[in-house]
Design a protein. Sequence first.
Lengths: 312, 300
Amino acid sequence: MKEYLQKYVTLRKHNFRVAVKKAKRAKMCYAFLAPYAILFTLFYILPVCSSIFFSFTYYNILESPRFIGLQNYISLILQDDIFLKGVKNTFMIAVITGPLGYIMSFLFAWLINELPRWIRTIAVVVFYAPSIAGNVFVIFSVFFRGDAYGYVNALLIEMGLIDAPILFLTNPDYMLPICMLVILWMSLGMGFLSFVAGLQGVDRSQYEAGCIDGVKNRWQELWFITLPNMKPMLMFGAVMAITQSFGVCDVTMALCGYPSTDYAARTVVTHLFDYGFSRFEMGYASAIATMLFLVMILCNKAIQSLLRRVGT
Amino acid sequence: MSKKRKEAKREKQPRHVILKRRQPNRSRVGDFFVYFFLLLMAVAMVFPLVYAIESALKPLDELFRFPPSIFAQNPTLDNFSDLFVTMGKSWVTFSRYIFNTVFITVVGTFGHLIVASMGAFVLAKYEFPGGQTFFKLVTVALMFSGYVTSIPNYLIINSLGWIDTYWAIIIPAFAMPTGLFLMKQFMEGLPTSLIEAAKIDGANEWRVFSGIVMPNVKPAWLTLIIFAVQNLWNNKAATFIYSEEKKTLVYALQQIQSGGIARTGQSAAVQVIVMAVPICIFILSESQILETMASSGLKD
């Protein structure tokens, strides 16, 4: 045992020495990476670590942080009803818009793939534009306005389906579905572009080979040829979709107000903003952020291991 | 002559058949339904955008006409000129908001491009201890959204003394992980022999980077630019910036929109200004962006 340990230590030492030597030779590389690495550490790694640290403390910026153990998490889960509502809403939105948006991105990318080049270009612009148009989704608040001048209300009244206008954006029953609709409208983002580009890169001759080998219809073609070829893009798209669907807050804040009626459109991120930037309970907000971080990472890992099985 | 033509014709026929077989497993009816569905979806996707543009062009009486028309009957640019008049009256002029956003976007995008591609270059083309680990960290950073880090970020920027300055938005934007990720993936496709050849010719690393690598990855530049612009242009930055004269365009847009029903036309005009820039850049650089995205896959 001792001998084994000694060998292990010498091996480690040797490896370390080799690494140092290599690092000395690669000084230029570190110099190139340094600006990015410093900024990345400062604005991504350090915040995550300090967020985990602050989540175990009571911190309100004015006083220095006071260690309180798991108290923040306990009160989050056991006492904060609004947080649980936010979690429920976020999960509802994530579970519905995440996969649906992802499938939509892939479906549209797949369907426009065989169109002639110029039509494809127009289609890409049309489908991608909503997600980069920024704040334009507030136009939906005109469509769904609560009085009879809102277009959806007016249409429904004219058709005789309802007598009185529905308060779409203040009635808790309608808030979430409308937010989901708007999020879906904007969900063809970076993942969609990745899919379009990836589909273009699939070798055409594979389809012919597949046809000869007995692929009968488009679905088989999709499952046996296209999807396995697209695996890296599918992973990238999934990461983008998950990150976006758990971080939803812009749309709900702009359409349903902040805070929304009866907290019906509260999400985890709006709850985080509420505690972090309105009440300055940074420790409590950090606990929310840490939980959100863990959920995002775990969900991403789970989906990735699921996607690895595609086409096998 | 005619014999030759006939032969050519005979040769052409089988080729024609092959061409038809190129798209196996497709039926006309299926295609029709698929493209009809796509067309419907495209109209649904583009409708809100078209509506936003059209309402910016509508004169006041048309804006409130009921039932509404999608297209303006007498299109005017009054809303835009009104906007400048209203905003000219407030003590922060509208052009100042535009300047703020443009300044933040341009500086942030430029810095991000340089910093991220320098990092991506060594990560893609050299092997050194810690490089792979660092890249893995970057891919993990792709997996959570910026909201998670918003509170510690605020504290860090506060301790750096950047609150209420442009730097609070610009500097963190330099380190966006998507930019480095896409750039690195694209640079991996660059032949290593190119770099070696330059080195043999006596170029140092900086020269290789600025003279050889960067000109060859122009499609990836545009991709980085569009994503950075999209991020910065739509940045409200409400938590970092308090003084009125430093607020961004999107923030001003929200203020106008909360001005109520009398400002409907003007807020539509602002909306068009805000959305026009990223969409235009995207349209102009679409093919290059797709070229970069082809290497965007996440391998494990």
